[in-house]
Design a protein around this ligand. Structure first.
Ligand SMILES: C[S@@+](CC[C@H](N)C(=O)[O-])C[C@H]1O[C@@H](n2cnc3c(N)ncnc32)[C@H](O)[C@@H]1O
Length: 278
């Protein structure tokens, strides 16, 4: 079995600061997810499965879309992070979300979901097409399949602002995900994953948050992301803590991009959705 057939080691690690980073990440990518749910047809009254809920951001957004008459079931293998998700749902006073700990590929789940949704989760599964094929069995006829995944292809369009530190970070980031066994082109691979899972051709979109140069919370997000992957960056000998100097990273990126007056592009996300025949 090669590395791509196995589940990835969770590249970002499991810590409180990683949970915090996921929440910040969601703030940057939330617009993309909301537009995605709108065009996928997720609407009031639906019963939706959120695959790999993490700190609960996708489930919280879904709860707004389906309203009080709808239901969201969020599943994650990480029991600890679900405690954060549950607390956030309670704080937001959503009574229509239930979180269940387990692996979505093996967990006993209902078979009458109106939609199955996931963000940044197929990329960590060894066999994403098999996982999707299995998940779709939980969907009612005419149901919706909607997944949003990152794309780390190194084509030039994604290399912005093309400055020395950012170019290093882009290369290091891609390498660490690749070495941990994550699918670094899961976004572009969504098309073939849907087809291999026996689904119709999905509708696809490509979007990326951008910002900078002077004042943008994306700098802090990049710093936190590299804080989360630092243990693996060192373990795989990609770079060292000294070279990364993570505590000054946000300000060094800001200085660099402010000097060239070019925006930073965060890793793009690709969305794929399809409605099954009734
Ligand atoms: C990058 S996080 C994304 C969290 C959330 N979807 C978001 O976008 O904010 C990926 C999550 O998927 C979970 N996960 C990975 N494989 C899973 C599986 N087979 N079943 C359930 N959860 C899984 C991980 O534990 C992690 O919390």
């Amino acid at each position: 079995m090669n590395k791509q057939n196995r589940d990835a080691e969770y590249t970002m690690g499991r810590s409180e600061s990683e949970t915090e980073r996921l929440i910040k990440q969601s703030q940057l990518y939330d617009d993309i997810t909301r537009r995605f749910f709108l065009r996928s047809g997720i609407t009031e009254g639906m019963k939706v499965l959120d695959v790999g809920s993490g700190a609960g951001d996708v489930a919280l957004t879904l709860a707004e879309f389906v309203g009080a008459e709808g239901t969201v079931i969020g599943v994650d293998v990480n029991l600890d992070i679900l405690e954060t998700a549950k607390a956030r749902a309670a704080e937001a006073q959503f009574n229509n979300i239930e979180f269940i700990a387990g692996d979505t590929r093996t967990l006993e789940l209902p078979n009458d979901f109106d939609a199955i949704v996931g963000r940044l989760v197929l990329m960590y599964m060894g066999e994403p097409a098999d996982a999707l094929k299995h998940l779709v069995k939980h969907l009612r006829p005419g149901g919706i399949v909607a997944f949003q995944e990152v794309e780390f292809s190194p084509y030039t369009a994604a290399i912005h602002p093309d400055t020395p530190l950012m170019n290093n970070l882009i290369a290091w980031g891609r390498t660490v995900f690749q070495q941990s066994g994550a699918h670094v082109e899961m976004g572009m691979d969504l098309y073939k994953t849907f087809i291999a899972a026996g689904l119709p051709e999905p509708t696809l979109h490509f979007e990326a948050p951008m910002g900078g140069p002077e004042d943008w919370h994306g700098y802090g997000y990049l710093e936190n992301s590299f804080r989360s992957i630092l243990p693996l960056l060192e373990a795989y000998e990609i770079t060292t803590a000294d070279e990364l100097d993570v505590d000054t990273l946000a300000s060094r990126i800001r200085e660099e991009v402010a000097a060239v007056k070019r925006p930073v592009m965060l890793p793009p996300h690709i969305t794929a959705h399809v409605t099954l025949p009734t």
